[in-house]
Design a protein. Structure first.
Length: 632
């Protein structure tokens, strides 16, 4: 058996009888990982850069069983050598041979793109391909510092899969972009179908993505699984083009068009941080979101999501479905933890889901303006019915929002990336399609726990908002309010806002603890509203700027006999008169002076009964023995 120094030397090595096997000492140099045995085959074949190379009147083929190794194709993994051609050859050989490609640990540097392209590695499948797997091991990294070329619209993609794949699996690889600050977009993996060819049964498992404006861009897949992956952005939005309308900076982007739609993908067990810098830049700007797109059915479950500036999860309806055959696969968003570090930026929405048939449950959402937002008013779809394009407005149905834990909190200093302070607005907001007079129906908002803590109220807040809803249930949502300041007649905190036109809504009891303005607010037309019983309110609230005699109806319906009165004593001689009757046994009243103006007097009191300083408060309890109110 003969020995040659490297792979290319086989091209000129002549086969002789008894010399059917040759050992090469490396792909380029001795011991570089490309070494191995080759045998002579009288058939012809093309040079694939690693397992096959033509010789005189035949072909040398590598002896192996099982997977291919990227080192066989000349990949160095030293973080210095350009490995683009070697990795391209290795992946293409795996496609042709139907083998798993193993990429050993190392840093595979890809600083260039294919000629005439904006992509480093282009992998072409076919509709019959099954089971291509590209796998690494702990320490396997593919990295690029390419920043794109031409106009901002050209962008850059590290690896693009095109023309249809079945059973593609990518696992145990770290993908990284270390480009400088750029106004172009950068994609990690792009998965595209061929015209009329749908990808199916694809998996991306235990991979990491760092520094991309979009880590995974998907079009035309059926049953894609993204599991146990990690996503990082060391420079936040500086890793992306600053245009969140045309090119949103999101880690996973599902997009549909005439080439294909995405059906039933699953994203589970992942970790995503929209601003993962250890040394923050100023001002710190987080990426827009973790997931965006219009898949027809999706499961997003058990992910940990941190620090995005827009929607962490944003699912829109799929508008590429024929009206006669609509896609009604369910959207499931559950068991996720979404949390924001307010010193970095703030999240406008924890979860936004505008797709029909959605189950949003058991999520924990901390520090957002909107906790859960379902907004149907913007959408209509153009479908082809009997070859004639027609416009079909989307009717939103079957939203279940249940057992979520939503916490709204005050934005700290400094303000967010746009110079705005954090203003908590709504924990849950559900909006039907007003533009086409289609109310959202069959909505279930139940068992959610909402916490509002330490918020300085500078605009009105509605914790649960319903607009253009019908035939729905709001049931046993628990509200805890602590440490809020700034409540007055124009800056209100309301539990429910009923806006526009609502019909046939059932509202049932929930536990409400803390100080707020009103249970219900809104200027809409609400009909057939069914209140199963009163809410166990801890305190009713009044705002008064003139003398007032308190009525028994001002108290909280006897459930919790407490009343909070904010007084604006601009007018001299301001007095609050409390009622006298045995029925007030156990009742309590708190009076708070909110301005610097005149003294406030509380009548029918035994003991101190005046408030002189801004912010001063007195609490009184009714004493049946003296038939007066006493300081409590």
């Amino acid at each position: 058996m003969a020995t040659v120094s490297n792979f290319q030397a086989l091209a000129t090595f002549s086969y002789t009888t008894g010399n059917e096997f040759v050992y090469i000492q490396g792909h380029d140099v001795i011991g570089d990982g490309g070494q191995g045995f080759f045998y002579w085959d009288n058939t012809t074949g093309a040079n694939n850069g690693g397992t096959m190379i033509p010789g005189p009147s035949g072909c040398w083929k590598r002896v192996y069983d099982g997977f291919l190794n990227a080192k066989w194709f000349g990949a160095k993994g030293d973080g210095i050598t350009d490995d683009r051609v070697a990795l391209t050859n290795a992946i293409n050989a795996a496609v042709v041979l139907g083998r798993t490609l193993f990429i050993p640990k190392g840093t595979y540097y890809v600083p260039t793109v294919q000629p005439g392209q904006t992509t480093s590695l282009i992998v072409t499948g076919n509709n019959l391909l099954n089971g291509l797997e590209i796998t690494g091991e702990p320490g396997t990294k593919i990295t690029s510092d390419f920043t794109g070329q031409g106009t901002p619209d050209t962008g850059y993609t590290l690896i693009r899969f095109v023309a249809g794949f079945k059973g593609l699996k990518i696992c145990n690889i770290a993908f990284e972009s270390t480009h400088g600050i750029t106004q172009t977009f950068t994609n990690g993996l792009t998965i595209m179908p061929g015209k009329g060819i749908q990808n199916s049964n694809m998996q991306i498992i235990n991979c990491s993505f760092t520094g991309f404006s979009t880590a995974i861009l998907v079009n035309g897949t059926n049953q894609l699984l993204i599991s146990k992956c990690s996503f990082y952005s060391p420079r936040g939005h500086d890793d992306a083009r600053h245009d969140n309308t045309v090119y949103p900076a999101v880690y996973i982007n599902f997009t549909s068009n005439e080439n294909g739609i995405n059906i039933n993908p699953t994203v589970t067990g992942c970790y995503a941080d929209g601003y993962s810098a250890t040394t923050p830049v100023a001002p710190p700007i987080a990426l827009d979101g973790f997931i965006i797109g219009d898949p027809s059915g999706i499961t997003v479950a058990s992910n940990t999501i941190r620090n995005f500036s827009q929607e962490s999860i944003f699912i829109t309806p799929n508008l590429y479905c024929d009206a006669l055959n609509p896609q009604t696969y369910p959207t499931i968003i559950r068991d996720n933890v979404i949390q924001y570090d307010l010193s970095i930026d703030f999240g406008r929405y924890g979860i936004r889901c505008d797709a029909v048939n959605a189950d949003i449950s058991n999520n924990v959402i901390i520090n957002t303006i909107y906790g859960i937002f379902c907004y149907g008013t913007l959408y209509s779809k153009t479908c082809v019915v009997n070859t004639v394009p027609s416009n079909f407005p989307v009717k939103f149905t079957n939203w279940r929002i249940a057992n979520n834990n939503i916490s709204l909190a005050q934005k700290g200093i400094p303000p967010d990336s746009k110079g705005q302070n954090f203003l908590a607005q709504r924990a849950i907001y559900v909006q039907g399609n007003t533009s086409n007079s289609l109310k959202a129906s069959n909505i279930d908002i139940s068992g959610n726990h909402i916490t509002l803590s330490n918020v300085a109220i500078s605009q009105s807040i509605n914790l649960i908002t319903l607009a253009d809803i019908e035939y729905s249930v709001v049931n046993r949502n628990n509200i805890h309010i602590t440490g809020t300041t700034g409540l007055d007649a124009t800056h209100t905190l309301n539990i429910y806002a009923l806006l526009n036109n609502n019909d046939n809504i059932v509202l049932s009891t929930g536990d409400i603890v803390g100080t707020y303005s009103s249970l219900y607010t809104g200027t809409g037309v609400n009909s057939n509203m069914i209140y199963l019983d009163h809410f166990p309110v801890k305190e009713n609230i009044l705002f008064k700027s003139a003398a007032y005699n308190v009525l028994s109806a001002d108290f909280a319906s006897g459930k919790q006999a407490a009343l909070l009165i904010y007084v604006d004593a601009t007018v001299a001689g301001f007095a609050i008169t409390l009622p006298i009757a045995p029925d007030f046994a156990g009742f309590r009243v708190t009076v708070v002076k909110v301005n610097v103006g005149n003294m406030v007097t509380v009548n029918n009191i035994t003991g101190p009964n005046t408030l002189t300083a801004q912010g001063q408060s007195l609490t009184f309890a009714y004493n049946t023995t003296t038939s007066t109110w006493w300081p409590d």
